[in-house]
Structure formats: C-alpha cells, structure tokens
Design a protein around this ligand. Structure first.
Ligand code: FPP
Length: 249
C-alpha cells in the first residue's frame, strides 16, 4: 500500500463511529495564498479548492456525517475584484452542473445558507434547481454558504420575527432559543459540533455566529486546496478527544 493510503487507513481506524460530529462546518480559506505561492491567478486556487469540496463532501457522506456546512461566498466577498467574483460564480455553476447527479444519486440534500436572491440570476436558478431536485434526500445535508453572513442571518431572522409578531402569528412571550432557531437559514438542523478553519487564520469571519455557541474549533496552517481526506480525519480524531461540557462541569 502506498504511504498516503496507509496514513488514511490508520487515521480512519482511529475514528470512533459512535461519536461522530453530527454537523461539521468548514471555512474554506487559503485559496488565494495557495495560488500565489505557485505564481498562479487567485481563481486557480479557487478551482483547486473546488476539487477539495468534491473530496470532502464524498468523504463526509461515506463516514456518516449528517450535516456539512461549507462557507463558499460571504456577504463581504462582494468587495473582491469583479474578475474574482465572476470566477467564483462560474465555479459555483460548474460545481453544481458536474456534481448534481452524483449528489442526488448519493441521497445528499443541497441547501443554500444566505440570501441567494442577490446572486446573479443564472447562479440563483442553478442553486434553486439543485435544492428542489434534492429536497427529499436524507443521507446528508450539504449546506453551502452563498452570500452568507452571520450578522445578516440574525438581522433577517429578527425582521421576520417582528413581522410575524406584528401579524399576530407569534407572541413575544413565546420567543426563545427554540423559536428563534426556526428563523435561521439552518432551521431544523443541529448546531455545528466541529468548525474547521484551515490556512492559519484564527477567526470566525462572520460564519454561523449564532450556531457556534458551543462548537469545537479546529485550526490548521494548511491552505484549503491542500486540505485532504487525512486532514479531515485528523480534525475528527482531535474533536473526539475534547471534553464538551456546555457550561456544566
Ligand atoms: C477563501 O480563500 C475562499 C473563498 C472566498 C471561496 C471558497 C470557494 C471555493 C473553495 C470554491 C468553490 C466552492 C463551491 C462550493 C463551488 P481566500 O481567497 O480568501 O484565500 P486567501 O485568504 O489565501 O486570499
């Protein structure tokens, strides 16, 4: 067996399948720096990053992860040069067109997190079609953050709650964490157990702000395009060693 395959097998065997994180969130960072190191345009980094998306989605589903959330485009990413935004939007369509059949066949449900009404019309349609096609799938939910911002999500939820109160659909007294969560993009899904951020940055960058209250973080210096199956397993192994107390003792 080749060395890498042996490493993967060893790591996989260390994972306790009875204690898997139900929900893993990933901030896919470092595409630009990966490309720069190779004297390539930033878009080349995103393209290679898309290959890792395919790999990690497949590995997650095989392992039995029920919810995977990937941060693909934030509410702040519109500040990037137009050419880079175009490149990312093209990759999104490319990804959906090339993967949708396989995702559907593998019983994976696609869900967008974020205000997709602000995406260009082609991208919006592709995302809506993918969600519609896979809406009854149940093996794993693949959440893709698209024009997603944690603050934006909380503000949108608050506005919708106020509208419902005004229309008499809800009483202020009934508002608690349970009802609030129903207004988030992640409604009906558990909070992330594990959040992975590669590329050496130690911050949250507006991802799932409400949902990460008790999430375990795993940081690494690897750039996202270099983040492979073995790193994913290592993150899960490390997670399984953590003592989660949720404020208790
Ligand atoms: C952050 O790296 C990455 C992004 C803003 C885009 C993530 C997109 C992909 C991985 C590809 C497309 C994904 C799908 C689901 C189709 P960065 O550009 O900020 O890297 P840097 O910090 O090194 O500059």
């Amino acid at each position: 067996m080749k060395n890498r395959q042996r490493i993967i097998k060893d790591l996989k065997e260390q994972i306790d399948e009875n204690n898997l994180p139900k929900h893993i969130a990933i901030i896919m960072d470092g595409n630009g720096r990966w490309a720069k190191k190779r004297f390539l345009p930033r878009t080349a980094g995103h393209k290679e990053g898309m290959e890792r998306v395919k790999e990690i989605v497949e590995v997650s589903a095989r392992l039995g992860i029920k919810h995977l959330s990937l941060y693909a485009f934030s509410t702040e990413n519109w500040k990037r040069p137009e050419q880079e935004i175009d490149g990312l939007m093209k990759l999104l369509v490319q990804y959906l067109r090339s993967e949708i059949e396989r995702l559907h066949k593998n019983n994976i449900k696609i869900k967008a997190l974020g205000d997709i009404s602000k995406l260009p019309s082609l991208q919006r349609k592709e995302v809506e079609d993918a969600m519609e096609k896979t809406k009854n799938n149940s093996r794993m939910i693949l959440n893709i953050g698209l024009n997603y911002g944690g603050r934006d999500e909380i503000i949108v939820a608050t506005k919708n709650i106020l509208k419902d109160i005004k229309m008499g659909k809800m009483n202020i007294e009934d508002l608690d964490a349970n009802t609030f969560e129903k207004y988030l993009y992640t409604k009906k899904q558990p909070d992330p157990d594990l959040l992975i951020r590669p590329s050496g940055e130690l911050r949250i960058s507006n991802f799932l702000l409400y949902q990460i209250a008790y999430t375990e973080f795993w940081f690494s210096n690897i750039y996202w395009p270099d983040f492979r199956e073995e790193h994913f397993y290592q993150a899960i192994i490390d997670y399984q060693k953590r003592d989660r107390r949720y404020g208790g003792i």
